[in-house]
Design a binder for this molecule. Structure first.
Ligand code: GUN
Length: 290
């Protein structure tokens, strides 16, 4: 068997083109959806993610306000910037790229963002509303995974979904979303305290890898015919690559293709969806502001 490889790049492009059409309508009415993108420090992966987001903003016709701050920026300087962006009516969304330098309290920064501009969906008000099925900004990566599952025609209703990883950004919200009535999956969350990980992953109809470690999900951990969604983006050294590294997922891709029915690649799988859903959330933020 060889799995269908889900083209996240193509699905993301179609989301972006739908968003671009709606942005054009708003621009005609004199509103230019604007996202403020804040990056503190020069973590290479974060620099690359942020430039991907800025490129997508330009492509869908939105305005971006970039703030590149030095790594020694203090928590209070960052809080001041957020207060200014909260008050600025020409800014519809605020994104502070994570992780932040260690001297800054991430939770405090997230909580300072106006929930109506929290296009990441990280503020406790948005997280809480997501849990109780109220309108909110859905976090971009989990939302992107749901769109990929839907577009690939993967049945979530009644499926056993196993989420490996319990981060605030991916694992936890994805578990909540998959268990909601509209997805109706039965969800198991695995983490570093899980005793026999392969025994559980092998029960998954839908296996979500959100661990952050290269190739830890091996083919023998996958149930034949499962749909495998790889959220991992890991840099591994590769002297033959131009940049000296290449990106691999949390799943050992080639052998997994022989067992799974569907699989997402890295790159061009979940990654582009995160950015596409960010564009959608920024559009929503601007529309709600009308
Ligand atoms: N770091 C890794 N993923 C994300 C994300 O989706 N949003 C932000 N703000 N930071 C991240």
């Amino acid at each position: 068997m060889s799995a269908v490889v889900i083209d996240g790049f193509a699905v993301a492009a179609s989301v972006r083109s739908r968003v671009a059409a709606e942005v054009a309508t708003l621009v005609q009415r004199g509103i230019s959806p604007c996202l403020a993108v804040v990056l503190v420090g020069e973590d290479p992966a974060s620099v690359s993610y942020v430039s991907g987001k800025e490129k997508a903003l330009a492509e869908v016709g939105m305005t971006d306000r970039s703030y590149r701050l030095p790594s020694h920026t203090t928590e209070s300087e960052l809080l001041d910037l957020i207060a200014r962006l909260n008050a600025d009516t020409s800014v519809h969304g605020i994104l502070v790229q994570l992780p932040l330098p260690r001297h800054i309290d991430e939770a405090r920064i997230i909580m300072a963002i106006d929930p109506a501009k929290d296009v990441d969906g990280f503020h406790p008000v948005n997280v809480g509303n997501m849990v109780i099925d109220r309108p909110c900004f859905l976090p971009c990566t989990p939302h992107g995974v749901l769109v990929l599952l839907r577009e690939a025609g993967i049945e979530t209703r009644g499926a056993h979904a196993v989420v490996v990883g319990r981060s605030n950004i991916v694992g936890k919200p994805l578990a909540i979303l998959l268990a909601r009535r509209d997805c109706n999956s039965t969800v198991t969350v695995c983490h570093t305290g899980t005793r026999d990980l392969p025994a559980i992953t092998k029960q998954a109809d839908i296996l979500i890898a959100a661990v952050g470690k290269p190739r830890v999900i091996t083919a023998d951990m996958i149930k034949p015919g499962a749909a495998v969604i790889d959220v991992g983006v890991n840099r591994v050294e590769d002297p033959t690559a131009k940049k000296g590294f290449r990106l691999v997922g949390d799943v050992d891709f080639q052998p997994a293709c022989e067992v799974a029915s569907f699989i997402t690649p890295v790159p061009r799988g979940v990654g582009p969806m995160t950015i596409a859903m960010l564009m959608e959330n920024t559009l929503l933020a601007a529309q709600r502001n009308l």
